[in-house]
Design a protein around this ligand. Structure first.
Ligand SMILES: [Zn+2]
Length: 168
């Protein structure tokens, strides 16, 4: 969908909002975290802004650059008492486009990289970043106000999440 290379070269910006239906892996990850309220899941909107930046030098190589900003609120729930614990996320990432990242780029922890031939869609890029930002478990820090004991064993959400991240 987004032509990253072109966007970077022309320093254009695309922005909009994605619903959860565009991000099936994120949907599964949220369910693994115990978010099962269909209305809450349907209500998720991820606002994105993908912007071409001026090329930047990494060592002696000048590379096209992109910045991705994301803003959303995820309807997380406490895994102990099941009370809502909505999580607001606001994040910005910078990417260099290249096929073989130069050493100076790999050493730069503030800039990620994308293969310039990558056919990935914007949806996949956004979804990857959100999966990365998801907490491993969600729970009130102190004791929950209304502690309800849940019966039986639940699947370990961390194991499920790890699998989802590997599946991409
Ligand atoms: Zn709680």
């Amino acid at each position: 969908m987004a032509h990253f290379q072109e966007l970077a070269k022309q320093q254009k910006t695309v922005e909009g909002a994605l619903a959860l239906s565009a991000m099936p892996r994120l949907h599964e990850a949220l369910q693994a975290l115990g978010v099962t309220d269909a209305a809450a899941l349907d209500g998720i909107q991820v606002h994105y802004r993908l912007q071409g930046l001026p090329s930047r030098y990494f060592g002696e190589v000048s590379l096209p650059m992109l910045a991705l900003s994301l803003q959303t609120t995820l309807p997380l729930v406490c895994q102990r008492c099941f009370e809502p614990m909505p999580e607001s996320l606001e994040m910005t990432f910078e990417f260099a486009l290249c096929d073989e990242p130069p050493e100076a780029l790999l050493e730069d922890e503030t800039v990620d990289w994308l293969e310039s031939t990558d056919e990935s869609s914007l949806e996949v890029l956004v979804e990857d970043e959100l999966l990365m930002a998801l907490p491993i478990s969600v729970m009130h820090e102190e004791a929950c106000t209304q502690l309800q004991q849940s019966a039986g064993e639940k699947p370990n959400p961390f194991a499920v999440l790890k699998q989802l991240k590997l599946d991409k």
